[in-house]
Structures are given as C-alpha cells and as structure tokens.
Design a binder for this molecule. Structure first.
Ligand SMILES: Cc1cc2nc3c(=O)[nH]c(=O)nc-3n(C[C@H](O)[C@H](O)[C@H](O)COP(=O)(O)OP(=O)(O)OC[C@H]3O[C@@H](n4cnc5c(N)ncnc54)[C@H](O)[C@@H]3O)c2cc1C
Length: 380
C-alpha cells in the first residue's frame, strides 16, 4: 500500500469520484470498481486513518466485507461470540445465531480496506480536501484543479459538507450523544462484547487483541473526563480495568441517530455516516455503510441512482429501530432494570433480540419478541 499515494498524472475525469476515504468511501470504491467503473477517492487525511470507534464488527459486517474481498490475516484482532448486558450485578448474555464477531483496531481495518481498494485499481488522492462540488455538471473542486465525474459519492462522515453543498440536509432528524474511547492493556475477560449500563451512561467493551480491550463510554450530555466520572458507577467494569495501563490516547466523539429525507440528488449520492447514521451503541454503523456501498454499486450499474435511494431506506429500517430502542433504554434506567430482569428470567428473549439485531429475524419476529417481553413486564 503506497501511503499518501496520488493519482498518477493529472487525470481530468472519472466515472465515480468518492469524497472521503473512511470505511464507507473505501467500501464504495471497491464495490464500484468491481462493477468495472473508474474510481477516484479523495481524503484530507492519510492512511491508516484512526477514529473514535468501539471497533466491534458483527458477523454480518464480516460477511459483507468478505463479499468485497476484504480478508483479515489469521490472528488479526480478537473474535467474540455474542453480547452481554450488565447492570447492578445482573448479567444477561446471548451468542450470535451464526458466526462470530471480530474486534479490530480501527487503523488495521482502514489499512485492509485501503489495500483491497488499491488492489482493485482504485486511484487515491490522500491529503486532499475536496473544497466544493458542482452537482449539475459533476465537477469536483480540489485545491489545485477540478475533476469531472459521472457520479459523485459523499462519504465524508457525520459532518458531511457534500450533504450541505447539494442541499440534502435541510429536513433531517438528529439525536446526538457523546462518547469517549480508551484502549486498555489487559487480557479480555470475556468472549462476548459487553455493554455496561449505569444511570444514563453506557460503556461497551470490545476484546480487540490477546492483551487488549477497547472501551467506549457514552452519555447524553457533553462532559469532560467521562471515564473519571462514570467508571465508578460501573463497579464490575471498574474492577476489571483496575491497574490496566492505557495503550492509546483517549479520543472523544459525537454519535448521532440521523435520518435524512433523501440521500441522492441528481448524480450525487450520500453514503455511510454522511447519509444518516445509527447510535454507536448498536455497533452497526460499519455494517450499514458496507451494505450501502454494495447497493450503490448496483444502482450505478443499473444507471439509476433512485434505486439506491429506495434500497438505502430499506437498509436503515432495522438498525434505526434497534438504535432507537437502545437509546430509549439508555434514557430510562428504571424500565431498563425491569427489562433486564425479564430477560434474565427468560434468556431466550435476549437471544431473539440479538438475532434480530444481527439480521437473523424478520420485523414480525421482533414484534413477537417485543410482545412477549411486554407480557413479562406486565407480569413482573
Ligand atoms: C464512539 C463510536 C463508536 C462506534 N463503534 C462502532 C462499532 O463498534 N462498530 C461499528 O460497526 N460502528 C461503530 N461506530 C460507527 C462507525 O464508526 C461509523 O459508522 C463509520 O466510521 C462510518 O464511516 P464513514 O466512512 O461514513 O465516516 P468516517 O469514518 O467519518 O470517514 C469520513 C472520511 O471523510 C474524510 N473527509 C471529510 N470531509 C472531507 C473532504 N471535504 N474532502 C476529503 N475528505 C473528507 C475524513 O477525513 C474521513 O476520513 C461507532 C461510532 C462512534 C462515534
């Protein structure tokens, strides 16, 4: 992988120009190259790009990566087999119905995606910030020149400027929360990803190596020193991390549930966090972005970006539902305590919820699980 590699020569046009070389932009570039289109990706940073992330990939996320030809070397990251919820000494766990997840440091994921994109023949403009686009003419403006593209993809993250430039953000719903990530040098104590709940804060722990875990702390209001103030509310987690040294610098982030009315206009499409997003607690942002990349490539091959608009809406339904449920539980400690007790008494309920979350159940399945949970709550 040629770090900071540039487009050779001064190419003036391409089929697809991707603004943003994060996970979504790189996945789109790979998917679109696989359809035979010429692709240029521009990013203001250089790989491998780090970002505050829980670094957990669900089994379905790995399946989509596999279909993009992104493989991980043996021993990369750390596998986990399911999810555990923990609150006030109560613990409920379930395994994924199929396969395993992987916890992997974010720069390693980025490195693999960029290497695969380069292997596919994607051209890069690293350290290049896109300064504007003229969507009608398909012109992408760079600091020193313009490039014409048949299609432009805005994969420039949560604060997307492409979204603003093409006027796609005027009507959207946004729910923000605040997060902070730390890596700890400690042997993972569980083979599951753990979510610790306390008050209106959650911490989720992903095993990412034989001697390392990633912990993300999330809350409703912006606060400095989240770990200092919140960890003592989570005694089970605090005990595990006692004496463990930090293995990276702390990184803060905003996580948002954002729904856009439209993600496509003329020859421009938004993708990944730029196109909306799910709260970090779902651990589903990457999967959603990778799936969007595949349906976007199909829409381009069919020469019909409105097809992408429809597919995008469909893909967002389940993660949005689960995201809203998780955020709501986060905001309502008393109801959450009852829900956890109900699941503790009937672990099958939690297993079914997890199965739905990772794509192994229909909406009807979710409604049936919800109804059963409701009955248990009424009975408790
Ligand atoms: C705290 C936290 C924890 C999370 N944990 C998980 C998890 O465990 N599992 C999971 O699946 N998801 C998780 N997510 C979600 C996941 O990180 C995002 O969904 C994912 O990063 C989206 O990728 P993206 O490429 O759309 O955006 P980004 O990763 O933000 O990439 C956008 C890229 O665009 C570039 N860019 C921006 N503007 C320009 C411009 N004008 N010109 C050129 N380049 C530009 C930026 O440099 C950046 O590289 C988490 C999110 C947060 C905040």
């Amino acid at each position: 992988m040629s770090k900071g590699g540039r487009v050779v020569g001064s190419q003036q046009s391409t089929d697809v120009f991707v603004v943003g070389g994060g996970p979504a932009g790189l996945a789109a570039a790979i998917a679109v190259r696989q359809k035979g289109f010429r692709v240029i990706v521009a990013d203001g940073s250089v790989p491998p790009i780090d970002k505050s992330c829980g670094e957990g990939m669900m089994p379905e996320t790995l399946a989509v990566l596999d279909s993009l030809g992104v493989k991980f070397p043996r021993g990369a990251g750390q596998c986990f087999r399911g999810i555990t919820f923990i609150q006030d000494g109560l613990q409920v766990s379930a395994d994924f119905p199929r396969g395993q997840g992987i916890g992997l440091r974010r720069p390693l994921l980025h490195e693999r995606l960029a290497a695969r994109a380069e292997e596919c023949g994607v051209q890069f403009l690293w350290k290049t910030t896109v300064t504007g686009i003229i969507s009608g003419t398909g012109t992408v403006q760079l600091p020193e020149r313009n490039i014409r593209a048949r299609w432009i993809v805005g994969a420039d993250g949560q604060g997307s400027r492409v979204r603003r430039w093409v006027g796609l953000e005027s009507i959207s719903r946004v729910r923000q929360r605040y997060a902070s990530r730390r890596h700890f040098r400690v042997k993972p104590w569980s083979s599951c990803m753990e979510i610790h709940w306390a008050g209106k804060t959650q911490a989720y722990v992903t095993p990412i190596g034989e001697e390392e875990v990633c912990v993300v702390m999330m809350t409703e209001t912006p606060a400095h020193g989240l770990f200092k103030t919140e960890l003592h509310e989570m005694p089970a987690l605090r005990e595990k991390l006692l004496g463990a040294s930090l293995s990276s610098r702390e990184r803060g982030a905003v996580t948002a549930m954002r729904t856009l009315r439209r993600v496509q206009k003329n020859n421009v499409a938004l993708l990944g966090d730029a196109s909306g997003g799910v709260d970090a607690i779902t651990g589903d942002g990457l999967r959603l972005a990778f799936r969007q990349a595949l349906v976007l490539a199909d829409a381009m091959a069919a020469n019909d970006l409105t097809q992408y608009q429809r597919a995008h809406r469909k893909l967002a339904r389940r993660p949005m539902l689960m995201g809203n449920l998780m955020v709501w539980l986060g905001r309502n400690p008393r109801i959450r305590a009852r829900v956890l007790r109900a699941m503790h008494g009937n672990p099958e309920l939690f297993a079914r919820l997890l199965a739905t979350h990772v794509g192994d159940g229909s909406s009807a399945h979710l409604v049936a699980t919800g109804a059963q949970l409701g009955l248990r709550l009424l009975a408790s």
